[in-house]
Design a protein around this ligand. Sequence first.
Ligand SMILES: NC(=O)c1ccc[n+]([C@@H]2O[C@H](COP(=O)([O-])OP(=O)(O)OC[C@H]3O[C@@H](n4cnc5c(N)ncnc54)[C@H](O)[C@@H]3O)[C@@H](O)[C@H]2O)c1
Length: 382
Amino acid sequence: MARQRVGIIMNGVTGRMGRVQHLARSIAAMRADGGLEVGGVTIWPDPVLVGRDLERLRSLAAAHDIERVSTDLDACLADPADTVYFDSQTTARREQAVALAIAAGKDVYCEKPSATTSAAGYELADLAERAGVRNGAVQDKLFLPGLLKLREVLDSGALGRLLAIRIEFGYWVFPDAIGATQRPSWNYRAEDGGGIVLDMFCHFRYLLEHLFAPVESVLCEMATHESVRVDEGGRTYDATAEDAAYAIFRLAGGAVAQVNASWCTRPYRDDLFVLHADGTGGSAVAGLQECRIQPGAATPRYVWNPDVAASTTPRAPWLEVPGRRPPVNAFRHQWELFLRHLVTDEPFPWDLRDAARGVEVAELALASARERRWVDVPGSRA
Ligand SMILES: NC(=O)c1ccc[n+]([C@@H]2O[C@H](COP(=O)([O-])OP(=O)(O)OC[C@H]3O[C@@H](n4cnc5c(N)ncnc54)[C@H](O)[C@@H]3O)[C@@H](O)[C@H]2O)c1
């Protein structure tokens, strides 16, 4: 089979997301499988790992059988043999690097949020469209096995008219030294691009809009529950960004979505992320791997009686959705779609313009919390 090399400049792969999800579980995993077959051609991703520390880059490359590393981003961008720029640096560094890559004529794919402000996010989308480069941003949660199963349920029409959605997300991130091994400390500093709203509302926005309906308005309350934390060096610092957000979204068509996102909660649920959707025809609950439904015809007729111990729990009558395909890592799944988009005319709707809308909804949620009021998404019929 003919092989088509795709040279990819990977910037930020010494970080948590870049190293594990994008390098090890996506690009290196694809290479270990012999590349990606698309229409009789094998796409062969050929990355150059870019960063500041040559030794770290070399050992990372060696671990994944990759030949090329560099500490010179400009030189990489100037090399016409590498046509794709990927960015998983810290959020605040993204705008500038992605803009440089677009100016160099590269196709770009990047982590979310695509920028720290919606103005910058839309500007990147404009730049990419004007330059005619293909572009995309990570929306991995859409491709989690549990959410792909939910998509099948929604496509079948089994839920009927959508009424309400609840998303529960989060877990306990220790404010002491253990916390710095769980998540990077910049996540808790507003001045470094941290904060759970900018970080997580991009995810919630694309889930709501790609699975259900456009967001029309948002009401958000947020908190910095732990205002002092310990960083990677064991030093105490002031946590200046919010570590929890509690929001309500109104969606086009009238459904309501409630979201709890917190780094200060101890979950008592089936997964660290759980989405529950109620419709007139049935309900569905999706976690990371699993999805369950309760069709309308199988809905128990509950009668409130707190004085009698229940013989069964409300979870019992739910049905498991088997799923039609073997589970694949969600990041790899989206990388494969992006690589297909590069070499074919297959559409890739998860582009920089769509990503900018995620930043915009996060920004509006922040404004709602600051101003203590509902905020409409411009252009929506709220
Ligand atoms: N899709 C998801 O589910 C998901 C989850 C977590 C984080 N993220 C996003 O991924 C991005 C990275 O997050 P992370 O948790 O991997 O962070 P991280 O701190 O572990 O990694 C950040 C990367 O940026 C690089 N970097 C930082 N400062 C730099 C500088 N001054 N010069 C050059 N390089 C520098 C680091 O070397 C590292 O490679 C963020 O934008 C975050 O929002 C996405």
